[in-house]
Design a protein around this ligand. Structure first.
Ligand code: ATP
Ligand code: MG
Length: 211
């Protein structure tokens, strides 16, 4: 048997971080696209417990956010939810999560952190972002932002300076956000088709986002 034949293909795990307040079709679509394009083994949805970038706003209880993720991904055997960040008492930082996953999965697995354009262009504000770029690949899915040129600049800057592996995927942009969904519920407008039906029902049954 040649050495080539003995080489085992690495596992590929996608990671979706975010507040998911609530999870919606934009999240699900980028996760599914990453799975499909990169032939990932699975995508892990990891809701933030106490997200460092959002502590100025009130965030829905992590129990609700986690439950909505579980409902949304129930029908996809390649999607998994992880409570590793919400179980922490302290603020959750992506770098810490990625370090833990790197240890858990070992050398035989490549990690792919999936983001939308808006999250990726703000990467420099994330804790130890240079280290983060060395521990995981990034998949950036196009999302409408005010200055799209910034994305290209950041990608070449990170690639040249830190040897980062960043893959940009152009997708039909879905102009869906959790902020808009929360606002719609508050105003008594429809959120149908912006998120899975079970999540819509959960929001209704638990009176989330009503005030
Ligand atoms: P909020 O309005 O509360 O910020 P959000 O819709 O941006 O919510 P987040 O939980 O902040 O959702 O996002 C998690 C990740 O999913 C981020 O990387 C974000 O860029 C990405 N994302 C969210 N919605 C979309 C979308 N419609 N298209 C592409 N990427 C998206
Ligand atoms: Mg956001």
């Amino acid at each position: 048997m040649s050495s080539n034949q003995r080489m085992v293909e690495k596992r590929k795990i996608g990671i979706m971080g975010g507040t998911f307040d609530p999870i919606h079709c934009g999240h699900l679509f980028i996760a599914e696209t990453a799975l499909d394009v990169f032939q990932l083994d699975k995508v892990l949805f990891i809701p933030a417990g106490d997200p460092p970038h959002k502590n100025e706003k009130l965030i829905t209880d992590s129990g609700h956010r986690f439950q909505m993720i579980k409902l949304a991904i129930e029908d996809n055997q390649n999607f998994e939810a992880s409570d590793m960040e919400i179980m922490k008492q302290e603020k959750s930082y992506t770098i810490e999560t990625i370090k833990i996953l790197r240890c858990q999965y070992g050398e035989e697995t490549d990690l792919y952190f999936i983001t939308g354009t808006d999250a990726f262009v703000g990467l420099e504000t994330w804790k130890e972002y240079q280290k983060l770029l060395s521990l995981t690949n990034f998949i950036v899915m196009t999302r409408t932002i005010s200055n799209p040129m910034v994305l290209e600049e950041k990608i070449s800057q990170f690639t040249e300076k830190f040897n980062a592996k960043v893959f940009k995927i152009d997708i039909p942009t879905l102009d869906i956000s959790s902020t808009d969904i929360r606002k719609r519920v508050q105003e008594g407008r429809s959120i149908k088709y912006l998120l899975p039906y079970d999540v819509e029902e959960y929001i209704r049954n638990h009176h989330l986002y009503e005030d």
